[in-house]
Design a protein around this ligand. Structure first.
Ligand SMILES: *[C@@H]1O[C@H](CO)[C@@H](O)[C@H](O)[C@H]1NC(C)=O
Ligand SMILES: *[C@@H]1O[C@H](CO)[C@@H](O)[C@H](O)[C@H]1NC(C)=O
Ligand SMILES: *[C@@H]1O[C@H](CO)[C@@H](O)[C@H](O)[C@H]1NC(C)=O
Ligand SMILES: *[C@@H]1O[C@H](CO)[C@@H](O)[C@H](O)[C@H]1NC(C)=O
Length: 463
């Protein structure tokens, strides 16, 4: 097998996600790309005993209470803590600045609030409705989601409740697990046209969908991608193993090219008899992989970047319409400017390791859901068709990888601190500076690229 690693986000366009997307993005474009070698080899079966246990006393730990095989699992949240304990520390620390996008995403309902009619408008687009009443979670499933995205998303919300017992307000929300944003801004010209608040993993400048952390933070069983906490640990180990300058000077990518036209296009940049664009690309067919049983970690890329990251600071932007020459230039630039390239790689990694660690993923969810709930103009109620879900009803009947990932991502203790403080709304100037800054960086790279290709012959594409 060639050295390889998985890439998730690659092409810089206006789509953004909550996710893991970004790390792969960073690594991919930065000429080193072997950061993932260790990650791949390490992924595999890890027993639950390897999960770090904390120094806290045993009594506090609350694990699953699964019934003996053959008997039905009931919702056994009765033994769960209902609030955080007295020793809970008031950290008084600010959340990372990307939390400010929570205000931006919810801005469309700021004046009007969210009425039941608005929520119901999203009904036909949703995979499920999730209701929290009195700290308990109920789900009304409308249709199958892709793979087990819905399952792990609900699992994640249950873990949030375990982490911060008694802190989540009552709420009712609709969730769609598809990648593509569906609530088009142009159909809801402001102000107060009452768009449906619909949660999903991605959004973009033309859409109003509410961005929520994706399922893979709790594991992606179909592709054997472990929960984020474990993935981060693996990447860290992998990073240590090979120094930046010893990495191979290629851009690596592995993914499913059939998800979006922009991907199929990308494969043209692969090494061929005629030309080397410094890219090594591998296709990935999930269905085939899954038949054989999950063996290695792979990440599909579904979204492209995270709003907290800036081009040239955290990653290198690639042009949408001339990917191959753009990639070639990026890799060559990186090889010529190894210090700068390494600095970008490091800033990107730092962002991922520090600002996107699991604690902050939970805090993001906490604030998004809390701010969302504040806007509700109706009393959340459990609809007739909904069933209560608990970690027990979700995990006890699972086995294999599904069960393993749930155990790895199970929150075993309530947090001993309160969530970080939500930073304030962007003022319009800050937001403008942010977009201007990003735009300027991208233009700078484009100018460099254009200059380079004026003096270097460009081979025919598609050959
Ligand atoms: C938290 O910190 C901010 C500034 O860092 C300060 O203004 C505020 O008073 C602090 N709040 C508490 C409760 O200590
Ligand atoms: C890309 O090129 C490499 C090296 O020649 C090859 O192994 C790989 O299969 C190619 N990828 C695709 C998608 O054709
Ligand atoms: C990299 O350096 C080589 C040798 O100095 C030069 O020919 C090439 O144009 C440079 N490429 C980039 C992208 O800076
Ligand atoms: C594991 O789960 C699968 C699918 O739910 C089921 O078909 C299989 O029998 C289970 N295996 C065991 C050992 O329980």
């Amino acid at each position: 097998m060639p050295k390889q690693y998985s890439s998730r986000g690659l092409i810089s366009n206006s789509r953004y996600c909550s996710v893991t997307a970004l790390i792969f993005f960073v690594f991919f474009l930065l000429f080193g790309f072997l950061l993932f070698v260790g990650f791949l080899n390490l992924s595999g079966v890890v027993s639950i005993s390897q999960v770090k246990t904390s120094s806290r006393s045993r009594q506090e730990e609350f694990l699953l209470r699964c019934p003996s095989p053959g008997t039905p699992t009931t919702t056994t949240t009765a033994h769960y803590p209902t609030r955080q304990n007295r020793a809970t520390q008031a950290w008084n620390r600010s959340c990372p600045s990307y939390f400010r996008w929570i205000h931006e995403d919810l801005r469309h309902w700021k004046e009007s609030g969210i009425t039941r009619e608005m929520v119901e408008r999203g009904r036909r687009k949703a995979d499920f409705r999730l209701v929290i009443v009195g700290g308990r979670v109920y789900v009304d499933k409308y249709r199958p989601a892709i793979q087990t995205r819905d399952v792990y998303t609900q699992w994640g919300i249950l873990q949030l409740l375990r982490l911060y017992p008694g802190r989540l307000p009552d709420l009712e929300l609709l969730f769609d697990c598809d990648d593509r944003p569906r609530v088009l801004a142009k159909e809801f010209p402001r102000p107060n046209s009452g768009p449906p608040p619909l949660f999903r993993y991605c959004s973009d400048g033309a859409s109003l969908d509410l961005v929520f952390p994706d399922w893979s933070f709790w594991g992606w069983a179909e592709t054997n991608i472990r929960p984020w906490k474990n993935v981060l640990e693996d990447i860290k180990q992998g990073n240590k193993r090979r120094k930046w300058k010893d990495r191979e000077p290629y851009a690596y990518w592995r993914g499913n090219p059939n998800v979006a036209p922009t991907r199929g296009d990308l494969l043209k940049c692969n090494l061929s008899d005629n030309y080397d664009w410094n890219a090594r690309l591998y296709t990935q067919d999930w269905k085939e992989e899954f038949k054989e049983g999950p063996k290695q970690s792979r990440l599909e890329e579904q979204c492209t970047h995270n709003r907290g990251m800036s081009p040239l600071q955290h990653y290198w932007p690639i042009r949408e319409n001339t990917k191959c020459s753009s990639l070639k230039y990026a890799v060559e630039w990186g090889n010529n400017h190894s210090e700068e390239a390494e600095a970008i790689g490091e800033a990107g990694s730092r962002y991922v390791f520090e600002e996107m660690k699991m604690e902050f993923v939970y805090d993001y969810m906490f604030h998004l859901l809390t701010e969302y709930a504040k806007l509700l103009r109706f009393k959340p109620t459990v609809p007739p068709g909904a069933v209560e879900v608990s970690p027990e009803t979700m995990a006890c009947h699972q086995n294999g990888t599904y069960r393993m990932f749930m155990m790895e991502s199970l929150v075993r203790f309530p947090s001993d601190s309160v969530p970080c403080n939500l930073p304030p709304v962007f003022d319009p100037n800050e937001l403008r500076d942010f977009w201007d800054g990003n735009h300027k960086s991208i233009k700078r790279v484009e100018a460099l690229e254009d200059e380079y290709w004026r003096t270097h012959p460009k081979p025919n594409l598609g050959s």
